[in-house]
Design a protein around this ligand. Structure first.
Ligand code: SF4
Ligand code: SF4
Ligand code: FES
Length: 741
């Protein structure tokens, strides 16, 4: 590709050279000059020139121009409001016009103090108002969803929100209604704004028209701190700022890592923080007391009981990790159990194979791909929502997106992938060996030598790979399954939701649960040690790209953090582990991350490690891959393979946030069109699902699902077996929560 042609132009008397076609706003920034904007936001697509805040004078053009719509051209001479009286006058008039109907309620507006309109009015606007008439008032606030409020009279009609809805999330739910002075933002047909990414419009809105119902009237900008950290709710690892006030998290904002998240967050990551303050949060260790349930005990007693359980198990210990632990915690736990106690066995979360490091690229590369192949039966949005946005971007940029249930390519597609320099493979679902098969496929397609071709596996947990690597690094010894199990350690309610862990709990003599809530694991536990959230810990996560990112403690947790008490417990078994994440990380970095590294090296925007050479993964026992989806010819009125999945809006955090309830999926069974047709089932029908128990669910037909499969969310499928029979129910569907017959 030839280098772009450079052009030289003058802005406010400064000569600047940039590639031809660079936007004028960016060109001015290169020269250290600000062109103020409201509606301009390059992430939303081409400029729309709606607000006129960016007016500039261009030599040779009689009228003022919207700077955001111009690009750098050779010899251009531009004057911004700083040097051009005409441009300054235009901007002043623009602001006066915007403020004609904008309420001056800054003292009570949540945006006040961090509001672009307020800031630009101070710098570019009229010093006083000439408006003597009463301003327009409208009904307010309008709850466009349980998480977003709209104050229409503050809206300056920049269309950032509608452009996001239409061109980024592609949900089409926010629209501009009416025309001219009667224009207003509304949801389509006044339905609640229900989309995975709806909360981004709050951050995009340059005024206080769209606000978070969780944050309204909770804090003023001068009272808050923003802690740069990472979202720990899925393997994307979006970069976030946790806004805190007086030791409490009050909101989550994006912190734009252009290679990871482009500044977008899903609503789970944005709105789930109240899980920290759930009523059933466990604040002290609990010990099972016969006939009386649980008794609270002190931390000293809790550690004594934990020590007794560990010693009593005689090494017959199994640890179920959830993939939400930091790598430092997983390593510390591994050292305690595997070095201090000789305990061998672990149920590890699904991790991404290191073989995929040979096809590593930033997630942003998906957005520029010419062909994206998504393999697997699970929705990308359930496993890694932001990846779904990158795929949409690829499609908007002209790329083709192909969805396959299995990694079987026809000759034409295979040829296309081989000849492309910008092809991406994405595996969404259970992948044998954590994506090792995907790596083999990428290798066979010749992706190794092509930096623009990449392969991603979307694991089910936020830090599965980091946890597995840290656990492996903790001790060098063979694994062996104890029989019978003396002690099962369940780390997190996510691990407890795994049917395999539940089966182990039924067999174990004792169970130690490390959990935040009175959830599933507590039901089996002899001892409960309270856990902390990703917002309360220091440490690191490895995201699905293989990027090591740093979590920073945003608020002090109400309980000691895991690393602290694991370190104390380990000392009782003669194992030295630092209680400080930075020191544990340094120890781990030597063995796992290729040499000395410190938290400081990770930084606030973590870099992506370089690609590794492809090495075929060592054959090792892996969880069997589900049988192929194709079912026997006579399956259609027989059984279907049950595919359990975790919807994005599920799990212990989401369940504890009332504002997110409306996002939770209905109790549904999803069927392939052919299977539904053979059973005379239509979308929305009430159906009976039979297996070891019987459920009534609503049917949804998913045309991308292969025949022979019934997909049901894990929370509804708990009591079902591996295969199910599905038939139309005679009774109409009555409950959104699913009914047990
Ligand atoms: S609600 Fe906010 S983002 Fe949407 S058009 Fe109005 S000012 Fe712009
Ligand atoms: S996409 Fe994942 S990491 Fe990003 S905000 Fe949502 S849950 Fe958090
Ligand atoms: S920023 Fe240029 S018209 Fe709005």
């Amino acid at each position: 590709m030839s280098a772009p042609e450079n052009v030289t132009l003058t802005i406010d008397g400064r000569v600047v050279e940039v590639p031809k076609g660079t936007g004028l706003v960016e060109t001015a920034a290169v020269a250290g000059i600000e062109i103020p904007v409201f509606c301009y936001e390059p992430r939303l697509g081409p400029p729309v020139g709606a607000c006129r805040m960016c007016l500039v004078e261009v030599e040779g053009i009689p009228k003022l121009q919207a700077g955001c719509t111009l690009t750098a051209q050779e010899g251009m001479v531009v004057g911004t409001g700083a040097t051009s009286e005409k441009a300054a006058e235009g901007q002043n008039a623009t602001l006066e016009f915007i403020l004609v109907n904008h309420p001056l309620d800054c003292p009570v507006c949540d945006k006040g103090g961090e509001c672009p309109l307020q800031d630009l009015t101070f710098r570019y606007g009229p010093g006083q108002t000439r408006m003597t008439f009463p301003k327009r008032t409208l009904d307010k606030p309008i709850p466009i969803s349980p998480t977003i409020a709209l104050d229409r009279e503050r809206c300056i009609l920049c269309y950032r929100c509608t452009r996001f809805s239409e061109s980024v999330a592609e949900d089409g739910q926010l629209v501009a209604r009416n025309r001219g002075s009667m224009s207003m933002i509304a949801t389509f047909e006044d339905e609640p704004y229900r989309d995975l990414f709806s909360g981004n419009v709050i951050e995009l809105c340059p005024v206080g028209a769209l606000t978070s119902t969780q944050y309204r009237f909770e804090a003023r900008p001068w009272e808050i701190q923003n802690v740069p950290t990472i979202c720990g709710l899925c393997p994307v690892g979006c970069n976030i700022s946790a806004t805190t006030r007086e030791g409490k998290v009050k909101r989550i904002l994006s912190r734009n890592h252009p290679e990871v998240d482009q500044g977008w967050l899903c609503d789970k990551g944005r709105f789930a923080y109240p899980h920290l303050y759930a009523e059933d949060r466990i604040a002290t260790p609990l010990e099972r007391v016969r006939r009386r349930g649980f008794g609270e005990i002190s931390w000293d007693d809790g550690l004594d009981r934990a020590e007794a359980l560990l010693r009593g198990a005689g090494g017959r210990i199994v640890t179920a990790l959830s993939g939400s632990e930091t790598i430092e915690e997983a390593y510390a736990l591994g050292r305690l159990l595997r070095v201090g106690l000789g305990a061998h066995s672990a149920v590890l979360p699904e991790a991404t194979s290191s073989a995929l490091d040979a096809f590593r690229a930033p997630l942003s590369s998906i957005g520029h791909a010419e062909v994206v192949v998504v393999i697997g039966e699970e929705r990308v949005a359930d496993r890694a929502p932001i990846v779904g946005l990158w795929i949409k971007q690829a499609r908007r940029n002209g790329g083709d997106v192909v969805e396959l249930a299995e990694p079987k390519l026809d000759a034409e597609l295979e040829q296309r992938l081989r000849s492309s320099d910008r092809a991406v493979l994405i595996w969404s679902g259970r992948a044998g060996g954590g994506g090792a098969r995907l790596a083999e496929l990428a290798h066979s397609l010749g992706f190794d030598g092509k930096p623009g071709c990449s392969a991603f596996h979307l694991p089910a947990t936020p830090n599965g790979r980091g946890v597995a690597e840290a656990w492996a690094a903790a001790a060098d010894r063979d694994e062996a399954n104890p029989e019978p199990i003396g002690l099962l350690i369940v780390s997190g309610d996510e691990a407890a939701a795994d049917p395999a862990v539940r089966a182990l709990a039924e067999k174990a003599e004792h169970v130690l649960a490390i959990t935040m809530y009175h959830g599933l694991a507590v039901g089996w536990a002899d001892l409960v040690l309270p856990a902390t959230s990703y917002l309360e810990r220091d440490g690191s996560f490895v995201n699905l790209e293989g990027r090591v990112q740093r979590l920073r403690r945003s608020v002090i947790p109400p309980v000691p953090d895991e690393l602290g008490w694991i370190s104390k417990l380990a000392a009782r078994f003669g194992v030295e582990i630092s209680p400080h994440a930075s020191l544990v990380f340094a120890e781990l970095a030597e063995t796992v991350y290729g040499g000395e590294a410190s938290f400081g090296d990770v930084g606030e925007r973590a870099p992506l490690p370089a690609r590794a050479a492809y090495e075929p993964p060592e054959p090792r026992p892996v969880a069997p891959i589900p049988p192929p989806a194709a079912a026997p010819a006579e399956h259609f009125l027989g059984t279907l393979r049950l595919l359990r999945y975790r919807p994005l809006f599920s799990g212990p955090t989401v369940e504890r946030v009332p504002e997110l309830r409306f996002q939770r999926p209905a109790a549904e069974v999803e069927l392939a069109a052919a299977d539904a047709e053979r059973r005379q089932i239509r979308n929305g029908d009430s159906v009976t699902v039979r297996s070891e128990s019987i459920l009534t669910l609503r049917a949804r037909i998913d045309r991308r699902l292969p025949p022979g499969v019934a997909r049901i969310a894990e929370e509804h499928a708990r009591d079902l077996g591996t295969t199910v029979e599905v038939s139309r129910s005679s009774n109409p569907f009555t409950s959104a929560g699913g009914e047990r017959a």
